[in-house]
Design a protein around this ligand. Structure first.
Ligand SMILES: *Cc1c(COP(=O)(O)O)cnc(C)c1O
Length: 456
């Protein structure tokens, strides 16, 4: 299996190469060049355990990896999850279910991809003998999950940029209290989008990329997308056969990586009714799906901080399909968007998608009403998924984080503060972070001074 860039100006690469690079050299994002039809496997796959299903799925894409190496990496990755089913489906009522994605070590769905990515990187380094420098920007959960997946991996140095003061205190502790010597959390002056822009800029500097062996852990990395496709498939199998085709997946969305991972299955013979893109008050995608206008706005910090973004990087992947794989038009749209901060599609059709947006004041109300109605406590991101759900239709809402990551929200709403032992332990540790400007040259210099790549 080969992987092609959405912008069509890079050579197709194998799986390991796409994973090691993250972003394609032409600035595009990697996609598989063709899609296997999964329907012949449904009977065989529907009762597999989570790691077994993940292995069967990845085998179709990671064709350049040894099967037993891949299997070991996958088993190891999901052994860190605390729930025996890894991604359990919980029924709230006959029309509404929740897919719990918060049983990994950092209590958010990003662990699914990043535990695996850490192990895939290790394989890659063992094979190539070349160290990697991991660079990522985070609005909170990615950083914590990336760090957890990469702690102590030999040959890997990790730099995570996050907006100072704009991630939750516990999220910050998850990044800064690890005690790991290969991890550098950088608290930058600016927003998540500023951090992401710098990351993109450094990735577009090919000399620098080569020099330090730069790789991305942001959801632009294809391995992350594919790892996330697995839990949609796992959940789809857990639905009754009659429900499978009439259930809409509801996905709390920021960078569009998670929901795109689910949508990809529809290219592989998996029949899914639709996807509801649930945003918070930073609603660039909700506006896009309603009006066909993709336009930048400023980021307004919200109670669901991991969705506080305005440039949804993975939208480029969907765009590639909407434009029928026309690389040239993808480049035109992305360049125009970069230069003008907006792009207006005439006749924007994204079949299978609907959207919603929850204002900040609504989030505590939704948390409260879900608790009242179902006796189930959702985190502020998951709460956005419950905004205006038509009760007569079947939904499966992705619960993207554990409520205990955001205790202030419950406290301020006069509710009992949720807790988790793993987070309590963090409060006793000493944070280590690096305050920094966000401009590319400052970050580049910091990486050059601290990366293990150069010194060896
Ligand atoms: C990252 C994150 C999201 C947004 O996911 P995207 O893939 O960026 O759309 C939603 N909820 C939580 C808890 C997250 O950590």
């Amino acid at each position: 299996m080969r992987f092609v860039s959405t912008r069509g100006q890079s050579e197709p690469v194998c799986f390991s190469e796409a994973v090691a690079q993250g972003l394609a050299p032409d600035g595009g994002l990697y996609l598989p060049n063709d899609f296997p039809d999964l329907s012949p496997f449904f009977g065989k796959w529907e009762n597999l355990s989570y790691p077994e299903l993940c292995f069967e799925f990845f085998r179709l894409f990671a064709t350049d990896l040894e099967a037993d190496e891949l299997k070991r990496s996958i088993d190891h990755s999901y052994s860190t999850f605390s729930h025996p089913q890894v991604a359990p489906v919980v029924q709230l009522n006959s029309n509404c279910k929740v897919l719990e994605l918060f049983h990994g070590p950092t209590l958010a769905f990003k662990d699914f991809a990043l535990q695996l990515l850490g192990n895939l990187y290790e394989l890659q380094i063992a094979r190539s003998g070349q160290n990697l420098t991991i660079l990522g920007a985070t609005s909170g959960d990615t950083g914590a999950a990336a760090i957890s997946g990469l702690i102590g991996k030999s040959g890997v140095t990790v730099f995570i940029l996050y907006p100072n003061g704009k991630v939750s205190p516990l999220q910050e502790r998850q990044m800064t209290c690890t005690g790991a010597s290969n991890v550098f959390p950088l608290a930058i002056e600016g927003t998540f989008d500023d951090a992401q822009k710098t990351v993109k800029e450094l990735f577009s500097d090919l000399n620098f990329r080569q020099q330090v062996g730069l790789s991305a852990v942001n959801s632009i990395n294809l391995a992350r997308i594919l790892a996330q496709s697995v839990y949609y498939l796992y959940a789809w199998f857990r639905l009754g056969t009659a429900e499978r085709e009439c259930t809409t997946f509801v996905v709390p969305t920021g960078n569009f990586g998670n929901v795109f991972a689910g949508w990809l299955l529809t290219k592989m013979g998996v029949s899914i009714r639709g996807f509801r893109v649930a945003t918070n008050q930073n609603d660039v995608l909700h506006r896009l799906f309603r009006s066909g206008e993709y336009s930048l706005d400023s980021v307004v910090p919200s109670l669901a901080p991991s969705m506080d973004i305005q440039v949804a990087s993975n939208f480029e992947r969907l765009l590639f399909f909407i434009l029928d794989g026309d690389f040239k038009r993808v480049r035109e749209v992305m360049n125009r968007f970069r230069d003008e901060g907006r792009y207006c599609f005439d006749n924007f059709v994204a079949e299978g998608f609907s959207s919603s947006s929850a204002a900040d004041w609504e989030i505590p109300e939704i948390i409260h009403s879900v608790k009242q109605e179902y006796g189930y406590l959702v985190d502020p991101h998951t709460a956005c998924g419950f905004k205006d759900l038509p009760p007569e239709e079947k939904h499966l809402v992705l619960a993207t984080a554990h409520p205990a990551k955001f205790p202030e929200v419950y406290e301020n709403a006069g509710m009992e503060k949720p807790t988790a032992p793993i987070l309590q332990e963090l409060l006793e540790k000493t944070p280590v972070k690096y305050d920094s400007g966000v401009d590319a040259s400052t970050i580049r210099a910091f990486i050059e001074n601290h990366s293990s790549y150069k010194s060896e």
